[in-house]
Design a binder for this molecule. Structure first.
Ligand code: ADP
Length: 398
């Protein structure tokens, strides 16, 4: 069974082709700078370790998918998208309309379109990807949509409601949705398997720490709370996003004339976070500068402290925690932040082994010390594989 996973953004398409017999990646690639004169397309044949590239102007997603198909043909991996057994699409926002992944039909497309208001930067690109991939593959290939929000649809109402006027929130669908659901689901499933605990009985705190970052509390295999909200802005301090803050700061800045209404979005999403504190949004740079740069040190301390507060909160929510899981670019690769976050949490039963934490290792692994009562794991996330597995499951159940 061959499944293609597509992640279509507003100006890019990332793709991976899986053989679902053993879940291995046959090819991966991307199309970037769609709509510009210097677009770029790349496909890597994983088994042969050969890269196929094209530099040409790609006008839109339609041309982007044509170029992707031409790279598959050039590499002799596929002759046509109609040879696929399914195509899985990553969708950022499913709103309240989707509580599980879905087979694409007109009704599903209409619902994703309605949810575009909640994710104006993402959903329109996803829709362009779906429509054009459907044209390119022909009618026989099933398409499945897998949402970043779905895993969190199990949150209880007291966790997802905001304490704002109730009727207004209901009418405008204002609530916590949460994101990174595909990643939190994948790493918690993998961790449960590694520890030999039935997923339906598994409790964990999952930390997805990348440029975007979120925490998820998983109780008996279900998300019961998460740090991102209506949008991916809430919660942890991120590369360029503020995370939690007093909303009155915005009123204050508006009243002072320091900020205009149309600047709020960029202020909170692009100019804040680690970047706003120390001028770098890349954790590697922050760590490298930390010793001689006070602001970089402060940014690092703030980043870790915010995570620590969420661990405490979700520990209280869960009561029993089987595992603390690190994933994402920072979670997987930045031992300094893992050490700082876990450093003085021994009273909660979290204790990591210094050597294991700093060991040059890759792959899923435990880093907790003998005396720890909570397992601490690093699980490399694999959102594409999770989307491929979901796509397979949905196709087989229909
Ligand atoms: P996203 O998918 O949200 O764009 P990633 O999961 O790729 O982000 O994570 C990007 C972050 O991971 C960056 O802050 C980067 O600095 C950090 N990162 C990647 N590798 C390392 C490393 N070896 N050490 C420290 N941080 C790293």
């Amino acid at each position: 069974m061959k499944i293609l996973v597509l992640n279509s953004g507003s100006s890019s398409i990332k793709f991976q082709l899986f053989n679902m017999k053993d879940n291995h990646v046959i090819a991966s690639g991307l199309i970037e700078k769609i709509g510009e004169s210097n677009s770029y397309a790349k496909l890597k044949d994983i088994a042969k370790d050969i890269i196929y590239e094209k530099n040409l102007a790609i006008k839109d997603h339609h041309e982007g998918l044509e170029v992707m198909t031409s790279l598959f043909v050039a590499s002799n991996i596929l002759h046509d998208l109609s040879e696929l057994d399914g195509i899985g699409h990553r969708i950022v926002h499913g709103g309240e309309s989707f509580t599980e992944s879905a087979l694409v039909n007109n009704e599903v497309i209409a619902k994703i379109e309605q949810n575009s208001i909640l994710a104006p930067l993402h959903n329109p690109g996803h829709l362009a990807g779906i429509r054009n991939a459907m044209q390119e593959s022909g009618e026989k290939v099933p398409h499945v949509v897998v949402f970043d929000t779905v895993f969190h649809q199990t949150m209880p109402e007291y966790a997802y409601r905001y304490a704002l006027p109730y009727e207004l929130c209901k009418r405008l669908h204002i609530r916590r949705y949460g994101f990174h659901g595909t990643s939190h689901h994948y790493v918690t499933k993998t961790a449960a398997k590694m520890l030999g605990i039935e997923y339906e009985k598994f409790n964990a705190i999952s930390l997805h720490l990348g440029n975007g970052a979120s925490v998820c509390a998983v109780s008996n295999g279900k998300s019961v709370d998460t740090s991102m909200g209506l949008s991916p802005l809430e919660g942890l301090i991120m590369g360029t996003r503020s995370g939690d803050m007093d909303p009155a700061i915005i009123t204050y800045l508006l009243n002072l004339g320091e900020l205009k209404a149309d600047e709020i979005d960029a202020f909170l999403n692009k100019k804040s976070g680690l970047l706003g504190i120390c001028g770098s949004n890349d954790m590697r740079e922050v760590v490298a500068k930390m010793e001689h740069d006070e602001r970089a040190h402060l940014a690092f301390e703030m980043f870790c402290y915010r995570i620590k507060k969420y661990i405490g909160a979700y520990y209280a929510v869960l009561g029993r925690v089987d595992a603390l899981i690190f994933t994402g670019g920072i979670g997987e690769n930045a031992p300094y932040s893992r050490e700082k976050i876990c450093g003085d949490l021994a009273h909660l039963g979290i204790n990591i082994d210094h050597k294991l934490n700093f060991a040059k290792a890759s792959g899923a692994r435990c880093i907790d010390a003998d005396k720890a009562s909570i397992k601490t794991l690093i699980i490399p996330t694999n959102e594409e594989l999770e989307i491929a597995l979901e796509t397979k499951r949905v196709i087989e159940n229909n």
